[in-house]
Design a protein around this ligand. Structure first.
Ligand code: NAD
Length: 263
């Protein structure tokens, strides 16, 4: 049946409000998402995880319709609370949340998983996985008419990717959390997804050993013979958040030029 909702432009975010976290600079996947959502008509609020990013993020925010950009380190509960207080004060509701952040201590990231430290593992889990649950908890009461929660994962969650190490189990937990949140929040019309991009040269990715080799091999082996970019990830995020994605939830979507289908 063609309903009134499906008659509207199904790919538009006009009139929607979106909180995009995890901006570091113009290479960030979060920036790709924010930019695509802005182009699709969404009103944006942005956040960055480190004070040093302020000088890179503010000009980007200005170019995205003068969006507000606030510091929010998810290890500081007061900063998370302040971010959502700002969302509530500004809009009184929220339609889209993008969680685009990860961290692991260098020694743990570069060592074997079996050797990972208790503290390093817990910190990686806290910032890269549990923070998604915390942000979702703050977003839930603001998504009164439903909404979309999106996080970023990687193929190393599913298969062993050389040098991804500790982040593999952490992303596996994140993808599982997406399925549980989808089941818990679905009855309220809140949809939950992970987007799993192929390798993209960003600040976070530069912490993975031999990342240049991963990029080269991905571009050569992907069926489309190219890498996915932050704009490709952004357009997928728009599709998931817009009416076009209204019957989808709980999935992990690969945006990797098809790389994941190769053995
Ligand atoms: P990026 O460096 O641009 O972004 C990572 C962000 O994480 C930064 O903005 C950083 O400030 C933030 N962060 C770290 N600790 C934080 C904290 N305590 N509180 C708040 N924010 C914090 O790199 P990116 O590649 O755009 O990473 C974004 C997401 O995409 C990550 O989850 C990453 O694992 C995922 N991802 C990246 C790739 C890739 O190849 N680049 C591939 C698949 C998935």
């Amino acid at each position: 049946m063609i309903t009134e909702t499906s008659r509207r432009d199904p790919f538009s975010l006009r009139g929607r409000t979106a909180l995009v976290t995890g901006l570091a600079n113009a290479d960030s996947i979060a920036y790709g998402c924010a930019s695509a959502m802005h182009d699709a008509g969404a009103e944006l609020l942005l956040s960055y995880g480190h004070p040093k990013a302020d000088k890179h993020v503010q000009p980007l925010a200005a170019a995205l319709g003068g969006a507000e950009a606030l510091l929010c380190d998810v290890q500081h509960e007061d900063q998370v609370a302040a971010l959502f207080e700002r969302v509530a004060a500004r809009w009184g509701r929220l339609d889209v949340l993008v969680h685009s952040m990860a961290f692991a201590p260098k020694d743990d990231l570069h060592g074997r998983v079996v050797d990972s430290s208790r503290d390093g593992f817990a910190l990686a889990m806290d910032i890269s996985c549990h923070s998604f649950l915390r942000l979702a908890r703050y977003a839930e009461p603001l998504m009164k008419e439903g909404g979309t929660l999106i996080t970023l994962s990687y193929y190393g969650a599913e298969k062993v990717v050389d040098h991804y190490n500790l982040m593999g189990p952490v992303k596996a937990a994140l993808e599982s959390a997406v399925r549980y949140l989808a089941a818990e929040l679905g009855p309220q019309g809140i949809r939950v997804h992970a987007i799993s991009p192929g390798p993209i040269p960003t600040r976070a990715a530069s912490g993975i050993a031999h990342f240049d080799r991963l990029l080269k091999s991905a571009a050569e082996r992907a069926p489309l013979r190219r890498l996915a970019g932050i704009d490709d990830v952004g357009h997928t995020a728009v599709f998931l958040a817009a009416d076009a994605g209204r019957a989808l939830t709980g999935s992990t979507l690969y945006v990797d030029a098809g790389l994941n289908v190769r053995a």
